[in-house]
Design a protein around this ligand. Structure first.
Ligand code: AMP
Ligand code: MG
Length: 502
């Protein structure tokens, strides 16, 4: 019997990672290999040690070991042995319209690191022009890089499927947006950055069914192996993506996350939240909220996200047609979305209300609360957090939560039903409060919090960004020393405009 060869041991001064570059092995119709174009005079802005450890298995001190040159690597100025930088090509529908070829216009795939939970792709965002940059400059600004970094890590801590962010570095290099800003590079990681748009590309743009099949086989083989043994693996793939997407959107809706640019090129084939741009967490509950000020028609308004995701899944189904053949089969594979999404959302909402069992009428109870919140623009995060303190004893003082509503009588009417519902399942106030605090975050990345951190970072002070990361990494904990981060947004927050430009 021949022994399995062991990989060469890493010497203490060797870089801390091994690469297995499976995506690169797919072949060059999927990408263009090119080196990063680094940024001058990089400085560390923020590092997620949790991401470094849990996703990539990087050892303590990875960012500080001089011989590893980590700062230069994540700035695109140096590389670790085994990296194979490349920009991948994809296409997509933007705002419902076919946009043709897009691709990694400023993201660069560096390779796959063997992490504790399997291989993780590593990407730089903002590392210069690629063949897919179109009219762009291949750069990212500090503002958008901090937003992407903080939100990736915040979403992960909320238990929402997402790409992760390892770090942000800043550079004095000027970058022109609406005004002149400065450059930054965000390093992100995920099991895969493959998007719906990658599939659309090989069907509609490249019209290369062989590449399409290789891409689908690759995703099944490495990421969705449960599809491999299905009678129709490509139908199973679409079915799996439908279910994952349904779960993802339910998790967004439950926490009040608005993505802002749900184009098919921003939809992950693994059901991860990907490409954080003009996203926003709702403050006052407004189903019609549009967080991207370039989205004039409100296509990506908060309440439309579930339908948009379903539309996007149809675009994916269309792209898979050369493999699936029969459109009835493809449509059938999209069906689970219609049941998984509402079930997942109701189950999350039930947990948010501290209801441990399923009962008839739960849907109306949930809708009743959300309607009242929409009418009064009640702060979503604060309301659910305070609701944990709701007491069911006769004559209890529930004014903490009641006071959040303008129409107190309407709230009282709802509270009467809620109380009856809780009593019916024998709910214990104290136990329910603990359970509710585990699912209703106290801390979310409100726009004004990000804005403050960005403002300071633009003046060279990164402490606020780092502090905010720490707070958002424990969103369900009380953290009394950071209570101000859980407060109502200040008046000026209403006027923050988040544009697509990043
Ligand atoms: P997004 O709206 O950020 O998802 O980007 C849509 C497309 O535009 C993607 O193909 C991006 O790679 C590309 N893109 C966005 N910003 C830039 C930029 N500054 N330079 C080059 N390409 C960009
Ligand atoms: Mg994108």
């Amino acid at each position: 019997m021949s022994a399995v060869p062991l990989p060469p041991a890493l010497s203490p001064d060797a870089p801390p990672v091994r690469f297995s570059n499976r995506f690169a092995a797919l072949g060059d119709v999927f990408y263009t290999a090119l080196p990063a174009q680094g940024v001058p005079d990089p400085q560390w802005v923020v590092v997620s040690e949790a991401c470094a450890r849990d996703e990539l298995g990087l050892p303590d001190g990875w960012s500080r070991r001089a011989e590893w040159q980590a700062l230069q690597v994540v700035s695109g100025n140096a590389s670790w042995p085994g990296m194979q930088p490349l920009a991948s090509v994809y296409s997509g529908h933007q705002f419902g319209v076919w946009a043709g070829q897009l691709g990694d216009g400023r993201a660069l795939w560096l390779g796959e690191i063997e992490g504790p939970h399997g291989p993780r792709e590593l990407q730089l965002k903002g590392s210069g022009l690629t063949p897919y940059s179109r009219m762009g400059d291949g750069r990212a600004v500090l503002r958008s890089s901090i937003r992407e970094f903080l939100c990736s890590e915040a979403m992960h801590a909320l238990g929402i499927a997402t790409t992760r962010a390892l770090c942000v570095v800043a550079s004095p290099m000027p970058v022109r947006r609406e005004s002149i800003e400065s450059a930054a590079v965000c390093t992100r990681t995920a099991p895969s950055f493959i998007r719906f748009g990658h599939f659309e590309h090989f069907t509609h743009t490249a019209q290369d069914p062989d590449a399409l099949r290789r891409l689908a086989d690759f995703v099944i083989e490495h990421h969705l192996p449960e599809c491999r043994d299905a009678a129709q693996p490509y139908v199973a793939l679409l079915d799996a993506v439908s279910r994952r997407t349904a779960e993802l959107i339910a998790s967004w809706q439950a926490v009040g996350f608005c993505h802002g640019v749900m184009n098919t090129d921003n939809m992950s084939i693994l059901g991860l939240t990907i490409d954080y741009g003009p996203f926003g967490f709702l403050d006052g509950f407004d189903p019609g909220h549009v967080c991207n000020h370039s989205d004039h028609e409100g296509r990506y308004a908060f309440a439309r996200q579930p339908n948009v995701a379903f539309w996007n899944l149809h675009a994916l189904a269309q792209a898979l047609m050369p493999l699936i053949g029969d459109s009835d089969l493809a449509l059938e594979a999209l069906e689970p979305y219609k049941t998984v999404f509402p079930r997942a959302l109701t189950s999350r909402m039930r947990a948010k209300l501290g209801m441990a069992t399923e009962r008839d009428g739960d849907g109306e109870l949930i809708d009743g609360l959300m309607r009242r919140m929409a009418q009064d623009r009640t702060d979503l995060t604060i309301a659910f957090r305070r609701l944990a303190q709701f007491r069911t004893v006769e004559g209890a003082d529930n004014s903490e939560v009641r006071d959040l509503f303008l129409d107190r009588e309407a709230f009282d009417a709802w509270a009467l039903q809620y109380r009856a519902r809780l009593i019916a399942e024998g709910s214990d106030d104290a136990a329910r409060a603990i359970a509710m605090d585990r699912v209703n975050p106290k801390y979310v990345l409100r726009n004004h919090l990000a804005q403050e951190a960005i403002h300071r970072a633009q003046n060279g002070d990164y402490d606020e960004t780092r502090r905010l990361l720490k707070v958002l990494q424990r969103p369900f904990d009380e953290q009394p020393e950071h209570a101000a981060y859980a407060d109502f947004p200040p008046d000026w927050a209403q006027h923050i405009e988040v544009s697509c430009s990043s």
